[in-house]
Design a protein around this ligand. Structure first.
Ligand code: NDP
Ligand SMILES: Nc1nc2c(ncn2[C@@H]2O[C@H](COP(=O)(O)O)[C@@H](O)[C@H]2O)c(=O)[nH]1
Length: 489
């Protein structure tokens, strides 16, 4: 990446909003021909990571995002046994078809409707053991008593396809029926569901797969407690990436934790067996080259970059500490590259352009939390405000609420005292965009933007994108000029 006017580049650090990219002559003829495989060595086919935040990243998020090529990180606050169960379920998920929401025929209509919002495909499948016997949609249940049972409202007139049906066949068959979702059935057993849009997506994305051909998923450890023990359990459970995560990653305790984790990873890899893969270790957060150098020295394969840009973050206001994210990513990516490693740009992403700019600055992948909190697939329950708008509750991992959960085994006094050191928001509403309520809708829009950015830069892949990108610095009004107007002025 180079700056458009190096002699005019300001002495101060830059946020994503401070910069823009200039189009260059390009030989790329289609946005579809751009390869978005991440350059971080993790093995994902898209450069997107779901942040290890409890209100964001769980099983549904993990399998949905991996099916499209990214990876989700299960947070450090989730008990190890629960993480292991989550990993087993993600690995058991179909790599192409979405997991169906299922109920039995005696479930109440209210119970079925409550489950509808868990996934984006708009159907609950009624099963007798594994055999689908009908479907219920919100439309079919409209006006029906919530205490009625689903067999009273379900229909068995649904499109059923076999597992070998092509996405195009499924799309066409659904279009003819004016329906959105097909059931995929093999030997009478429900394998999953595919929507019209899912059929399109399965031709645009490649799933992120481990060496056994199963969906990838990562998990995090903090730097306190039995770090090596948790790392060993997570590796044994089959995670594909291990994230060692703390607010201030450039500290001695992090170096000790990282060394301990690396020893466990290497010991298991050498011992063979199910945990024999040398799983990449990600560590952070830092914002300067010295931090990258020390984390790489202590064993990090990827360094996580970002102090204070996150939407749930109060660190900069509480402490004055942090660094504008574009400059942090640029400097850290250069240092990591010099050491043969990579960085994840963590936090502060609000638009597809921010993802593109992080990749242009040299990030291997971009980590997103709060933006994905407002989707069907995030962990929280779907709520409605007094105007009927859908939202999910989210909170920061350094908020008093998160600290209270994380220190659940400590004394009441210690918990209360730890809660005084909050650096995050304890409760926020992340509204679902009615036009894009699913994480897959958001990924579509991010990836459309990033593909297009690459072609404007003349880049066929992300390595080239970083090499070719030309970045300028803009004023507030420069940024403002680029914002669309949804109503006349
Ligand atoms: N990217 C960002 O800007 C930030 C991210 N976070 C996220 O919040 C989550 C919780 O992080 P964290 O607060 O580290 O977890 P913990 O509350 O578990 O703290 C971990 C340990 O680090 C110590 N600690 C906390 N902050 C600092 C600091 N600034 N300097 C030195 N030691 C410190 C704590 O000790 P003691 O409490 O005794 O000081 C504790 O022993 C993580 O997911 C993290 O990524 C948090 C803040 C900033
Ligand atoms: N200072 C804090 N940072 C936090 C907290 N919770 C999470 N985070 C960081 O934000 C990113 C995600 O950023 P987003 O803009 O996409 O939401 C996450 O990965 C953490 O590094 C917090 O409580 N305080």
């Amino acid at each position: 990446m180079r700056f458009l006017n190096p002699s005019h580049t300001p002495a101060y650090d830059l946020t994503y909003s401070d910069v823009f990219m200039v189009p260059r002559r390009s030989a790329i003829t289609s946005r579809l021909s751009v390869d978005l495989t991440s350059t971080d060595g993790i093995g994902t086919t898209l450069p997107l990571v779901v942040a290890n935040m409890t209100a964001v990243s769980g099983r549904r998020m993990a399998e949905t995002v991996a099916r499209r090529g990214g990876i989700a990180i299960i947070p450090q606050d989730i008990p190890t046994g629960v993480v292991a169960e989550t990993i087993t379920k993600v690995k058991a998920s179909h790599i192409v078809f979405d997991t169906a929401v299922t109920v039995t025929s005696d479930t109440t209509v209210g119970g079925a409707l409550a489950l509808l919002a868990k996934r984006a495909h708009g159907l609950v499948v009624v099963v007798d053991r594994d055999r689908p016997i009908g479907v219920v949609s919100e439309f079919a249940a409209a006006g029906v008593d919530r205490f009625a049972q689903v067999h009273e409202v379900m229909t068995d007139d649904m499109l059923v396809v076999g597992p070998t049906a092509s996405p195009e066949e499924i799309f066409d068959a659904l279009s003819v029926r004016h329906e959105e979702t097909a059931l995929v059935v093999a030997d009478g057993r429900l394998l999953g569901v595919m929507t019209r849009r899912g059929a399109l997506r399965s031709t645009l994305y490649r799933p992120a797969l481990d060496r056994d051909g199963q969906l990838m998923v990562g998990a995090a450890v903090g730097i306190n407690g039995d770090v090596a023990g948790r790392a060993e359990a997570l590796l044994a459970a089959g995670i594909d990436t291990l994230v060692v995560d703390t607010a201030h990653g450039h500290q001695d305790k992090m170096m000790q934790a990282l060394k301990a984790v690396r020893e466990v990873r290497d010991r298991l890899a050498e011992a063979g067996g199910s945990a024999s893969r040398r799983v990449p270790i990600v560590a952070g957060n830092v914002v300067a080259a010295e931090g990258v150098d020390d984390l790489v020295e202590a064993g990090a394969d990827v360094v996580k970059v970002g102090v204070g840009p996150g939407a749930m973050c109060t660190t900069r206001m509480m402490t004055g500490v942090g660094r504008p994210q574009f400059s942090a990513v640029l400097e850290c990516a250069e240092a990591a590259r010099a050491a043969g490693r990579s960085v994840w740009a963590d936090g502060g992403v609000r638009y597809p352009r921010d993802v593109a700019l992080a990749l242009a600055a040299g990030a291997g992948s971009v980590m997103i939390g709060s933006w994905f909190a407002g989707t069907y697939e995030s962990t929280g329950n779907l709520l409605h405000d007094h105007q009927g708008r859908m939202y999910k509750e989210s909170y920061g991992m350094a908020s008093a609420r998160a600290v209270k959960l994380r220190t659940r085994d400590s004394s009441g006094f210690d918990r209360a005292r730890a809660g005084l050191f909050e650096e995050g928001i304890s409760s926020s509403r992340m509204y679902l965009d009615p036009e894009r309520p699913s994480v897959e809708d958001l990924i579509d829009s991010i990836i459309a933007g990033v593909r297009s950015s690459c072609t404007y830069a003349g880049a066929a892949d992300l390595e080239e994108f970083h090499r070719l990108a030309v970045v300028g610095v803009q004023s507030h009004s420069g940024y403002d000029e680029g914002r669309p107007l949804h109503a006349s002025w």
